[in-house]
Design a protein around this ligand. Structure first.
Ligand code: C2E
Ligand code: MG
Ligand code: MG
Length: 734
């Protein structure tokens, strides 16, 4: 099953870098590149716009200049005196001396060259820098001027062009000298004289132009102007290239860049730092999250106390093991373990000690299994092993013996040496391959049988165990129903006082009248009732029924058996007290029978309860004496009023001398401890005689009466009294 946490746990730091850092860094780089490109492009565009604008201005400047030259020229060509004085020749007196067309043109208007040229291209007047000269106009401007003159000859307005002279470029304007007063159509164009003004595009001119139009670094370049940043090409009218005017354009884009670069760099550094910080934090929290996810996954699959795999992981591994090819999974076995007496350790030493014990057990189990095997804690004191054996059932049995030995060795907890055992159930995969649930259940059934078989042992699951368990389940169900439906009844067996020859007491023995099985013996259902806890309810019912019944038999004591399970219940004293109150029976008439097992587990607690019961005024009898540990110490330390010698010794009386010796010594012991002795299971007159001879106080057995229903017992008592009245004290009477 995939979960968020298991996915996260698999998400390594490396993957984080691959899946988060790289894409983020990529996105950031692209973003930054886009921003920078945008800024660079727009600065370039700004620069280009500026170049275009300055080009437009420079072009305009040149055109304005050309128009101005034309206008200045026209001021002269329309003058009648110019027309009159310049024709085939020129009157130098009028022109130079009188100053009509002399130095003033250079001084005031700044034209370096002035020519008057006839229609036959003959220069009749030249002014160079304001001084008359003999130079031929077409020689000074060998290219371009002739064409200009021809075009200008047929145009009423001045015609301008750029013309090169030597290394210099001039703005040249030409116009026929023809005052408006003369009708042009009457004049033969061959008779027209052209006046030419030329303005040199020198540095002074450029500086002025730069000043007027806010252009920097204007210069004339003759070379390849394609390398220039900003220029306007200079061409004649016929588009003959003469060079270019170039300038240094302003670069508002660069200014923008300069302005923006520092803040942008700072912003990028901050952004990068922030991104690194964010990524680092994200990475840290992812790793922390991942660690806690790993931890959670571990917790979900491991037992908190022992760190062994838990039931969930156990099942996962079992599923995987079972899914293996048959040659491997055939050797698979599931081994269930349950500690013996763990509850006692827990109850007597506390949960802390119990936990330590479980941890030590877990370590030992781990040390026993093979490296392909799994040991898990399923809960409480239950463990389980998946064994990948080769040779079954041999391997599983060998491992089980090893595990039992491992646990049998004593543990030291809180400076105390503890001995516990482990019971083991084995299920081999062979039969149940493919069904992990069933396999685990089978191992559990086998474990149950091991427990029943005396603990610290193992059992291998067999099919009939299941049937038996089903049977037991059915019985358990029936027993619950029996308690509810009142199918339980009490039979009573008398205890005869040998000395007084009277019925001293009656023992209440429970029976189950099963609708189909008939009368079921307590030996068959009391253990089940004890295991299931039903004994508490049954015990209370027995006690109450017996006490109530006893009221109808005046003076007779009533003996009631108590189970060790009832004895473990701290409310026992209170229960007995309440039953006595409810029924009103004199406590002195109630005898409670307990077995030695009650004392073994927790002697101190048992003593407390026994004293509590004694405090109520009831009598306590030690039942089945001789079958358990039979520690004489018990008799001394616990407040017993009676010892009931187990019927097995009485049955053996005629066969072995040993039993006779034991019975004798127990009777002697009872006498010396001032306890009443009762012999159970007296079936023959010989046994009764022997017991009487040995000084046994009371006898109980089929020889006198089997356990019978209350009414029958009343008849027995009446008959007994009738037959034995006044016979007390005679040995023969038995
Ligand atoms: P127990 O307390 O030792 O009871 C005496 C048992 O010996 C009774 O068996 C009785 O029928 C049997 N018995 C009596 N005389 C003879 C005899 O001469 N020969 C033979 N062979 N047996 C004789 P029962 O009634 O089957 O009870 C068996 C055990 O079940 C009892 O042993 C007692 O430990 C337990 N038990 C019976 N009733 C109750 C009960 O109400 N509560 C609890 N906790 N245990 C009970
Ligand atoms: Mg008894
Ligand atoms: Mg008994």
């Amino acid at each position: 099953m995939r979960t968020f946490t298991s996915d996260l746990a698999r998400f390594s730091g490396h993957q984080f870098t691959r899946r988060v850092v790289y894409p983020m860094a990529g996105v950031m780089v692209v973003m930054i590149a886009v921003v920078i490109s945008f800024i660079v492009l727009s600065s370039r565009q700004q620069n280009a716009l500026e170049v275009a604008e300055s080009t437009r201005l420079a072009t305009t400047a040149l055109q304005v200049k050309a128009r101005e030259v034309g206008r200045n020229l026209r001021d002269y060509t329309i003058r009648p005196d110019v027309y009159e004085n310049i024709h085939d020749g020129i009157d130098l007196g009028w022109a130079v001396t009188e100053g009509n067309l002399g130095a003033n043109i250079y001084d005031d208007l700044g034209y370096e060259l002035v020519f008057a040229v006839t229609s036959k291209d003959r220069t009749i007047y030249s002014l160079v820098n304001g001084a008359p000269d003999k130079v031929d106009a077409l020689t000074v401007m060998p290219r371009g001027l002739r064409d200009l003159l021809h075009v200008a000859a047929i145009q009423p307005e001045p015609t301008t062009s750029l013309i090169k002279s030597g290394n210099d470029v001039f703005v040249v304007a030409a116009n026929a000298i023809l005052p408006p007063s003369i009708d042009r159509s009457t004049v033969n164009s061959r008779d027209l004289t052209m006046l030419v003004f030329a303005k040199k595009l020198d540095q002074k001119f450029l500086d002025q132009m730069g000043h007027d139009y806010l252009l920097n670094g204007l210069s004339i370049s003759a070379g390849d102007h394609r390398v220039l940043e900003a220029f306007i090409p200079l061409m004649t009218q016929n588009r003959v290239p003469l060079g270019a005017i170039s300038w240094t354009p302003r670069k508002p884009g660069n200014q923008l860049l300069n302005f923006i670069v520092l803040p942008l760099a700072i912003a990028l550094v901050i952004l990068a730092a922030f991104a690194i910080l964010v990524v680092r934090n994200a990475r840290r929290s992812t790793i922390a999250l991942q660690e806690s996810a790993t931890h959670v996954t571990h917790l979900a699959h491991h037992d908190f106390l022992t760190s062994l795999p838990n039931r969930v992981l156990f099942r996962e591994r079992l599923d995987i093991a079972i899914a293996q090819p048959p040659e491997r999974s055939n050797g698979l076995s599931v081994i269930c373990l349950d500690l013996d007496n763990f509850k006692e350790v827990n109850d007597s030493l506390g949960h802390g000690a119990g936990d330590q014990l479980l941890q030590q057990v877990a370590e030992r189990l781990l040390g026993c299994i093979g490296h392909n095997d799994t040991v898990a804690r399923l809960g409480g004191d239950e463990f389980a092993v998946i064994q990948m054996g080769m040779n079954q059932p041999h391997d599983a049995e060998a491992l089980s013996r090893k595990l039992i030995e491992c646990v049998r060795t004593s543990f030291v907890i809180e400076d105390q040496e503890l001995h516990i055992g482990v019971s083991i159930g084995i299920a081999l995969a062979g039969a149940e391959r493919g069904n992990p649930e069933r396999l685990l259940k089978n191992a559990d059934i086998a474990l149950y049988r091991a427990k029943q078989g005396g603990r610290a042992t193992y059992r291998i699951f067999e099919a009939q165990m299941d049937a038996e368990l089903q049977e037991r389940r059915g019985l358990e169900y029936d027993l619950r129903q029996a308690v509810l439906k009142g199918e339980l009844e009490l039979h009573y067996q008398p205890l005869i006082d040998l000395e007084k020859r009277e019925v001293a007491a009656v023992e209440a023995l429970v029976r189950w009248r099963h609708p189909t099985r008939g009368l079921v013996s307590p030996a068959d259902f009391i253990p089940l009732a004890e295991e299931t806890g039903l004994i508490i309810a049954i015990g209370e019912w027995v006690l109450e029924t017996a006490c109530t019944q006893a009221l109808s038999w005046d003076q007779l004591r009533i003996a009631v058996n108590l189970s060790p399970v009832q004895f473990r219940n701290r409310e026992l004293v209170e229960t007995v007290h309440q039953v006595l109150q409810r029924t009103g029976l004199d406590p002195a008439r109630l005898e409670l029978e307990i077995t030695e097992s009650v004392l073994i587990n927790d002697a101190a607690a048992a003593l407390e309860i026994l004293n509590g019961l004694k405090g109520l005024g009831v009598k306590i009898a030690m039942d089945d004496f001789g079958t358990g540990y039979s520690s004489l110490g018990y008799l001394n330390s616990f407040p017993f009023d009676k010892i009931k010698i187990d019927k097995s010794f009485i049955g053996d009386l005629s066969d072995t001398e040993k039993s006779g010796a034991i019975v004798k010594s127990v009777i002697g012991l009872g006498q010396s401890l001032n306890m009443v002795t009762t012999a159970e299971g007296v079936e023959t007159v010989e046994q009764a005689a022997f017991l009487r001879q040995q000084g046994c106080d009371q006898v109980q057995g089929f020889y006198f009466s089997k356990p019978v229903e209350a009414a029958e017992l009343s008849l027995f008592v009446a008959r007994w009294r009738a037959e034995n009245e006044g016979l007390g004290g005679t040995a023969e009477a038995a």
